[in-house]
Design a protein around this ligand. Structure first.
Ligand code: ASP
Length: 583
């Protein structure tokens, strides 16, 4: 028998038991006559003890040959520890070793395999299998597994059927570039990896499956911003005979269940906010509503007083930072530098201090009287002791800049608390988004999203104003999920493709299968997909999704452990009928 117990199992009640443990040597302390070894497996660490005169010679000899990360099995007796370690569950006992068998030797690992490690990110990724031995890393994947189980149970209980959809599919325009896979059997033709199973889940609704889900890999060939992965996991769901609120209620329920069962956090009702309101109040379609500091539009009180910058601006907008009137010159300069950073891109920042004595001090005193500034303060709900920060310019850009400043202030003032969770549904996104580069409209969500009924007439006259029956779930300023009620009739789907610039032939070539299916009795349907990696990261209290993926890729899309992507040999290319371009 290679083990009677795991390395995380033995307690004081086991004293005098004869046991066999197996695991990895984490640490060896050799004090001459006395020796301790920390033995680790997935479940914990148990201390082994050996002593000259007490421990059999053979065992002592073998112990002296050990190095870090050797795999061993030991036989011995559980004894009470003299100096106890209350930091680990096995800390009251140790094993008085009788016999050691080396199962496998190990080279000295390139970094320390403990929660606190000296290994940098690159090195840990190259030896990810060693990194995964660290408790801290493994616990993240344990959380992920627990969440996947909770999701499966919850959705199965609600009659959702888990269906696997194909990975080798056909290119679908969902905003990102497809990964393509050449087909040996069909030379010159390519599969695409799914950006999501969108059309398949809709087809399953046509098939009458009624409720579908899948925890599924999706692939997008995008430039990888800090927290993106080319392959990631979605909790993908679709429901038939539903309206928007049916979908939102169901997934609000799932989210609440997860928070309760996994984190012990009770979430209340999720507020629902129009996209347009989110943009005007927070300058973002994923506002962090853990704190207020809502935008206040100041055009009517700030314009036409001779300050050219504001007079020329489409939008003058402010936020009120409570209790910040005492900010020093240095702090205000730092805020100005913040908004002027290229990533934010504002030209400058106007401030108004609401002094304790009821007077105002601003960076634009030259143009505005105390009365004027009082009117701003009233509008912004700023009181004595508060600081107003004001930006101006074109509406959309200024809102984006103010969003950055608001989030920055929220962080500075400690208002974005890690242990507080504020969910929000953002609804009624625009259906179409104008793309300056290609000079045409793109679907903001995807081409299968239904317009709001009352807006359909505007498709021909003011396409940019048409709202979609689409929704995102946002928690603490992070987009956790998104979906929509779908188009389920051929005529509307064809109209949508037309507005996206497809000729009827192009639409047929790409989506004929879906449009055909819509002619055989497609039920009204809608759905949602959650970013599972991100949800796990949020539950684990981390900003990085990479930590929650067993074998992630780096920011260049490379797996540095298996060294992929990599070249393939000429024979493989020949077989695929592919010739590489020569530079
Ligand atoms: N397929 C969509 C996405 O990946 C989600 C949905 O509409 O259900 O964003």
């Amino acid at each position: 028998m290679l083990r009677t117990h795991t390395c995380g199992e033995l307690r004081i009640d086991n004293v005098n038991n004869e046991v066999t443990l197996s695991g990895w040597v984490q640490k060896i302390r050799d004090k001459g006559g006395l020796m301790w070894i920390d033995l680790r497996d997935r479940y914990g660490v148990t201390q082994l003890t050996l002593e000259e005169g007490r421990t059999p010679e053979q065992a002592l000899k073998t112990a002296r040959e050990l190095g870090r990360e050797f795999v061993i099995s030991v036989k011995g007796k559980v004894i009470e520890r003299y100096s106890k370690n209350d930091k680990i569950p096995t800390g009251e006992v140790e094993i008085d070793v009788q016999e050691i068998n080396i199962q496998n030797a190990s080279k000295t690992p390139p970094f320390v395999i403990e929660d606190e490690t000296d290994g940098g990110e690159d090195l840990r990724m190259k030896y990810r299998y060693l990194d995964l031995r660290r408790g801290e890393v493994r616990r993240k994947l344990e959380l992920r597994s627990k969440m996947a189980n909770a999701i499966r149970n919850f959705l199965s209980d609600q009659e959702f059927i888990e269906v696997e959809t194909p990975v080798l599919i056909k290119s679908t325009p969902e905003g990102a570039r497809d990964f393509v896979v050449p087909s040996r059997m069909n030379p010159g033709e390519f599969y695409a990896l799914p950006q999501s199973p969108q059309t398949f889940k809709q087809l399953l609704m046509v098939s009458g499956f009624d409720r579908y889900f899948q925890i599924v890999k999706c692939f997008r060939d995008e430039d990888l911003r800090a927290d993106r992965q080319p392959e990631f996991t979605q909790i993908d769901c679709e429901m038939s005979f539903v309206e928007r609120d049916d979908v939102l209620d169901t997934f609000e329920g799932m989210t609440r269940h997860l928070f309760k069962s996994i984190k012990g956090v009770e979430l209340g009702e999720f507020p629902r906010m129009e996209y347009a309101e989110a943009m005007s109040k927070y300058g973002s379609d994923k506002p962090d509503v853990r704190f207020g500091m809502e935008f206040v539009e100041l055009n009517d009180v700030a314009q036409n007083k001779g300050f050219n910058v504001f007079d020329q601006a489409e939008l003058v907008v402010g936020i009120c930072a409570k209790g910040c009137a005492e900010y020093t010159r240095k702090q205000l300069d730092a805020l100005t530098d913040f908004v002027k950073r290229p990533q934010v891109g504002a030209k400058g920042l106007v401030y108004v201090k609401c002094n304790a004595d009821g007077t105002f001090k601003s960076s634009v005193d030259k143009f505005y009287s105390q009365e004027d500034l009082k009117a701003w303060a009233e509008k912004a709900g700023a009181e004595a002791g508060d600081l107003m920060l004001v930006l101006s310019g074109a509406t959309n850009t200024t809102r984006k800049q103010m969003n950055e400043l608001r989030l920055h202030m929220g962080k500075e003032l400690g208002l974005r608390k890690k242990d507080e969770f504020k969910p929000l549904w953002v609804v009624n996104f625009p259906l179409l988004e104008w793309d300056e580069e290609t000079e045409r409209f793109h679907a903001m969500h995807h081409p299968f999203t239904s317009p709001l009924k009352e807006d359909i007439a505007k498709l021909d006259t003011a396409p940019g104003e048409v709202r979609a029956n689409a929704y995102d779930l946002v928690i603490n300023g992070v987009e956790i999920g998104g979906g929509s009620i779908r188009i389920h009739d051929k005529a509307t789907q064809a109209l949508m493709f037309k507005h996206l610039g497809f000729t009827p032939e192009e639409a047929k070539a790409q989506f004929g299968f879906l449009m055909d299916a819509f002619e055989y009795g497609a039920p009204p349907h809608g759905g949602i997909a959650f970013g599972f990696d991100r949800l796990c990261a949020m539950f684990g209290g981390s900003d990085s999704i990479r930590d929650y993926i067993a074998f992630p890729k780096n920011t260049s899309g490379r797996d540095v452990m298996i060294d992929s992507p990599s070249v393939v040999n000429n024979a493989q290319l020949d077989e695929l009928g592919i010739r590489l371009k020569e530079d």
